[in-house]
Design a protein. Structure first.
Length: 392
């Protein structure tokens, strides 16, 4: 190349490579949460065991973006959950069972497609409007029926999320059922929003599931969920008798108010299992009509020091009468202590106690059923975990 300075060419190539790398990035990230769990009367006996993902689900993932110019970016997330006690993948063994989506983000919002969370999670769970953020899985409402603890996802979904405008953000999502000849079967749609003004934040979310036992609770592996939901609605006595519902509708709303190092909050959710007896599931009671569950949570948390967070919460869950069932009531208290050793490492201790009365969804005396552990054989149950969480 006559007349061209080799040093200048090399410098130009270096600059080009540098710019190309700056425009595209991929990040490896994750959470490893491990501890010791103790539960009284889990299926009739006490449980003492190593437990993973109690304060935050253990996970690893890849996320990346490419700058397309003009404020437009391509983004993706691949995230899988794992059990630190065994090394096994969660969410039914899916490699990326927590999230797997790709899309584009720009000045007018973000549009993504894949396996994603609904708007109850985005606008309440992610915004800290549940005690689960400091009390772990014990902070979930019975069976996590309202999905405020993000134990379920939407497959085959398309989601739009707005940018935050003057403290307000909103979004909507739709999941295709994918069953040939029955377009709506297994479909999900969801919408929500949240608003922050000074010390106060408010969020609301809604989701509507067609055929919840398979489409949302994973009875046939469609949702790929794990733990309490690996066998669909039939795994929780709080609502297992409602597995024949052809639709689930959940509306949730919450608010937090922060004064200095203190945060007060309340969250309410209303869930309906519609048209019982119209979804064919073997070995379930032949109930008809509509079952209704309501949850209300009151919580208070305080940073005693910048490194020490403590909280207390009270949950009340009511299951309304339906058919021949008289309904049930569940009362729960949560306590949590989180000590931040560093920005990435947290030591924690959490405790929960629950009592139940009435008649559960299977027509039997209601028993206590803390989320993500085996139900008690009596009306009371206690649980505690101490552990360590590390972010990477």
């Amino acid at each position: 190349m006559k007349g061209v300075d080799p040093i200048s060419v090399a410098s130009l190539l270096c600059c080009f490579v540098h710019v190309a790398q700056a425009q595209s990035s991929v990040t490896l990230y994750g959470v490893f949460d491990q501890g010791l769990l103790a539960v009284t009367n889990a299926g009739g006996g006490h449980v003492y065991q190593s437990s993973s993902g109690w304060l935050s689900g253990s996970r690893w993932g890849l996320k990346g973006s490419e700058d397309l110019g003009g404020g437009l970016r391509t983004i993706f997330v691949l995230e899988g959950g794992f059990d630190g006690s065994t090394g096994l993948s969660l969410q039914g063994g899916s490699e990326f069972g927590r999230q797997a989506y790709v899309g584009m983000s720009g000045p007018y919002g973000t549009l993504t497609a894949g396996r994603q969370y609904d708007m109850v999670v985005d606008h309440l769970g992610y915004e800290g409007m549940i005690s689960e953020i400091w009390s772990g899985a014990f902070g979930c409402h019975p069976g996590d029926v309202d999905n405020l603890c993000n134990s379920r996802r939407m497959n085959n979904s398309v989601k739009y999320s707005s940018q935050r405008i003057g403290g307000f953000s909103f979004g909507a999502a739709y999941a295709f059922g994918g069953l040939p000849g029955a377009y709506a079967r297994g479909s999900i749609w969801s919408a929500g929003g949240d608003y922050t003004l000074g010390a106060m934040s408010v969020g609301v979310g809604y989701f509507n599931v067609n055929g919840p036992n398979t489409a949302y609770y994973g009875a046939s592996g469609i949702a790929g969920t794990s733990g309490a939901f690996s066998n669909g609605l039939g795994s929780s006595p709080v609502y297992s008798g409602f597995a024949t519902a052809n639709r689930q509708e959940t509306l949730a709303a919450g608010t937090n108010y922060t004064i200095g190092s203190n945060t007060l909050g309340v969250t309410y959710s209303h869930t309906r299992f519609d048209n019982l007896g119209t979804y064919d599931v073997v070995n379930t009671p032949a109930l008809t009509g509509t079952a209704t569950l309501q949850n209300i949570e009151l919580r208070y948390a305080i940073y005693i020091t910048p490194f020490l967070l403590t909280g207390i919460a009270f949950h009340y869950t009511s299951v309304g009468a339906v058919g021949s069932l008289s309904g049930a009531r569940y009362r729960q208290i949560n306590l949590g202590v989180n000590y931040y050793v560093s920005k990435r490492t947290t030591l924690y201790a959490v405790f929960a106690g629950q009592s139940a009365n009435g008649e559960n969804s299977n027509g039997r005396p209601a028993v206590a059923a803390l989320a993500f552990v085996s139900a008690s054989s009596t009306s009371r149950q206690l649980g505690a975990q101490i552990g360590i969480r590390h972010l990477f």
